[in-house]
Design a protein around this ligand. Structure first.
Ligand code: ATP
Ligand code: MG
Length: 360
């Protein structure tokens, strides 16, 4: 069976380091590994509109920002198909059919949707489109027969729900759809990178992000004001790693060779952590180290982005070509789905003949 990747991001803002460690970095590795037959990367503008219906311009402006971030990180249009969700009409049709296979109570139980509803303060005025976005996500994944979805931890319930829809569809209509698996980051800290404010998740909608395109002095400012251990007041006090954002970021970004370059008095992160816990290591020193590590990682991305920004029509051309290719693939899946669901009236000659005989 082919190995196919589908994943994506909502164009609700520029991409941040949470996206990078949660999904983007891995995607580039997978793209370059040669192990996958196809890699589809989707800019989920239609999904972004489910909770931004009144802000179409925001979504529109951010499509190109996300595409620039993708390519700056190393997603290569020669190897991956980069496309825009709304340009693939088949995704709407698939969602419409899948809606018959999911109950309202099952959607209400989806923990990510639950917490997002709370976060957005929708209370009882939840847009139907937002409430049902896990179904449209199932359409996105299955339209491309994806086997693998590299994503952060918050996407687990979505992929689980997709698997349920696939099971149900195949059980009712016959084997048609492919069951996908989520591919989570190996590194615990990358599953859900917290915000610079220490909040559970760095998220575009929460304004607690370090963006991939951020300038060096801005990154430094954000790192130096990052949340640490609020009880670690004096350098000599023992510090706690629990919920200490600076150490979580080091877990996500730092490699052994960084110590040689920026903090040679320590062998590795374990040694630095032990000193912090013992007492005698100040937050400022750890933050300065993190700043070096982040600057090193983001410098190249920022430089590539600046180059790409010089030719924006090319970026749109990449997305147009990608969308055309994606539509062809989705159309093939939709043909299969229509056959399986027996709504292929005009291409099924047996049906027409059988009906004709019935009425003789
Ligand atoms: P929004 O606030 O608009 O929902 P977001 O910042 O949550 O935006 P998404 O576009 O919803 O970003 O998520 C895109 C991908 O990035 C998903 O695979 C998601 O799991 C991953 N991701 C987002 N935030 C983080 C994070 N803080 N840590 C790890 N992965 C993340
Ligand atoms: Mg999100």
């Amino acid at each position: 069976m082919s190995k196919i990747i589908l994943t994506g991001d909502r164009p609700t803002g520029k991409l941040h380091v949470g996206h990078y460690v949660g999904s983007l970095r891995r995607r580039v590795e997978l793209q370059d590994s040669g192990e996958y037959d196809k890699v589809f990367i989707m800019i989920a503008d239609a999904q972004a509109l489910t909770d931004n219906a009144e802000h179409p311009e925001k979504v529109r402006q951010n499509v190109v920002e996300v595409a620039l971030d993708y390519m700056a990180c190393g997603l290569d249009p020669e190897k991956s198909t980069l496309f825009i969700q709304s340009q693939i009409p088949q995704l709407c049709e698939l969602s419409f059919y899948y809606m018959n296979l999911v109950t309202v109570s099952r959607l209400q139980r989806n923990p990510t949707v639950k917490s997002e509803i709370q976060m957005r303060k929708f209370e009882s005025s939840i847009p139907v489109g937002f409430f049902t976005y896990p179904i449209s996500q199932a359409a996105d994944i299955t339209a491309f027969q994806a086997t693998t979805v590299p994503a952060g931890e918050d996407q687990m319930p979505m992929v689980e729900q997709t698997r349920e829809i696939v099971h149900k569809f195949n059980a009712v209509y016959g084997d048609t759809l492919v069951e996908p698996k989520i591919l989570l980051p190996d590194n615990q800290a990358c599953l859900r990178l917290p915000g610079t404010d220490g909040k559970a998740k760095m998220s575009k909608s929460l304004g607690n992000c370090i963006y991939l395109s951020e300038e060096a002095d801005e990154i430094k400012k954000k790192v130096m004001s990052m949340f640490t251990d609020p009880n670690h007041l004096r350098v000599e006090d023992p510090g706690s790693l629990e919920g200490n954002t600076v150490f979580t970021y080091l877990d996500a970004f730092c490699r052994k060779e960084h110590f040689g370059r920026y903090l040679p008095e320590y062998e590795d992160l374990d040694e630095l952590k032990a000193h912090y816990q013992r007492g005698g290591l100040g937050d400022v020193k750890v933050k300065k180290f993190l700043n070096h590590v982040l600057q090193e990682e983001l410098e190249l991305i920022r430089a590539r982005r600046k180059e790409l920004q010089k030719d924006i029509p090319y970026i749109y051309e990449v997305l147009r070509r990608g969308s055309e290719e994606a539509e062809q693939v989705a159309a093939q899946t939709l043909d299969k789905v229509r056959d399986a669901m027996k709504i292929n009236y005009f291409s099924d000659t047996e049906l027409i003949q059988g009906q004709a005989e019935k009425f003789q």
